[in-house]
Write a protein that binds this ligand. Structure first.
Ligand code: ZN
Length: 375
């Protein structure tokens, strides 16, 4: 199994002159990119591997960029067009021609190479050549903890995102295949506890306090910024706690269905918009997912409908089953902490679905001794 990680290193160690040069390149790159976007916008887009010289040379007279960089720009133009078309595929009238702002470029070894430094002032130089106009720039780079971590664990790829402020490196990390033994848990995300698991545990119970503190700060203040970092730190620690147990599968509620159907949206809305905030929710799920990758844990998601109203024991769904923090089934009297109950439904939904069978745990539709069957 392979996964990718990216790390940013500051470009602030470059001299003023180099920074100006870099800015000029990015602006020119953006210009050429926009030329290609306009060119491809109303035509049939060629495949990226078939960008022949005649296309790459189209803006030749009006730019000093090299053929290598013009080709990269043409590819990015294609990616940008396809991204907007994909994003609005259900609402074609919303599609607008994208514009490259000249603030970043993604380059590969044809124009950029990371070379180790010979003296100790910096760790490496990002050597940019074949840019055009005989420009060559070496940007000094200092590594940091995160860079070293992934550089040791994985293989650095020869592709770089370059902006005026930082260089982004990417790594490919290879791990053994996913675990086949360990607990399977559903996780409900909320404000009372960041994570409530189907096993009856709750992690991150202070998340609400952290969010309250942020809300009390003046918007945009230094204080608020530091409290936000505090919350991120708290989320990271909670992720560690959750995955410290021997787990093989984690199931959460699907997030990318937010603009799908209002019925499904309602429950997530309650949790996210009112209390956690969409950004915190996203951050938490991203961190959790990343942690599962390196720990060889399977990570799955299910649609979030009725997870708070359904009884996992008898399957009865009723809004009045839930009263604030407590779930009590009006049909069979099964009772449980409301968030833990939702987590159990989340896990059940996955295991009973078409992929659940792969986990060798075919639950009956109405599990009676749930706690014994799943963790
Ligand atoms: Zn019931």
């Amino acid at each position: 199994m392979k996964f990718k990680r990216s790390v940013k290193c500051s470009a602030k160690f470059a001299t003023k002159h180099k920074k100006q040069q870099l800015k000029k390149i990015l602006v020119e790159y953006g210009k050429v990119c926009n030329f290609f976007i306009e060119y491809f916008w109303n035509t049939e887009i060629p495949s990226k591997s078939k960008l022949l010289k005649n296309i790459v040379d189209l803006p030749k007279e009006n730019t000093w960029l090299s053929a290598a960089l013009r080709q990269i720009a043409a590819r990015e133009a294609i990616d940008m067009i396809q991204a907007v078309k994909q994003r609005w595929k259900d609402k074609p009238n919303k599609i607008k021609m994208p514009i490259h702002k000249g603030k970043r470029m993604l380059v590969s070894s044809t124009v950029a190479n990371l070379q180790p430094s010979k003296d100790s002032t910096f760790d490496a130089w990002l050597h940019l050549s074949s840019i055009g106009n005989k420009v060559i720039i070496d940007i000094p780079i200092k590594y940091h903890k995160q860079f070293n971590k992934w550089n040791t664990k994985g293989k650095r790829l020869n592709s770089y995102i370059i902006t005026n402020d930082y260089i982004q490196f990417s790594f490919e990390i290879e791990v053994e295949s996913k675990k086949t033994s360990g607990k399977m848990i559903g996780i409900d995300t909320g404000i009372k506890a960041l994570a409530s698991t189907s096993g009856g545990k709750q992690f991150g119970k202070d998340v609400g306090k952290h969010i309250e503190k942020i809300k009390r700060c003046k918007h945009g203040s230094k204080n608020q910024k530091s409290r936000r970092n505090g919350l991120k730190q708290y989320i990271n620690e909670t992720v560690k706690e959750v995955i410290s147990e021997d787990i093989r599968l984690i199931v959460v509620e699907k997030l990318n269905n937010l603009n799908h159907k209002t019925k499904f949206k309602r429950r997530l809305n309650k949790n996210i918009r009112r209390s956690l905030g969409i950004w915190n929710y996203r951050y938490w799920l991203t961190r959790l997912k990343q942690a599962t990758e390196i720990n060889r844990i399977s990570f799955r998601s299910v649609l979030p409908y009725y997870t708070s109203q359904r009884c996992p024991k008898c399957g009865h769904i009723e809004r009045r089953n839930r009263k604030k923090e407590v779930f009590r089934c009006l049909k069979c009297d099964h009772s449980e902490n409301a968030d833990v109950n939702a987590a159990t439904n989340i896990l059940q939904r996955f295991l009973q679905g078409s992929y659940g069978i792969l986990y060798g745990n075919c639950l009956p539709q109405q599990a009676t001794n749930l706690k014994n069957l799943i963790y």
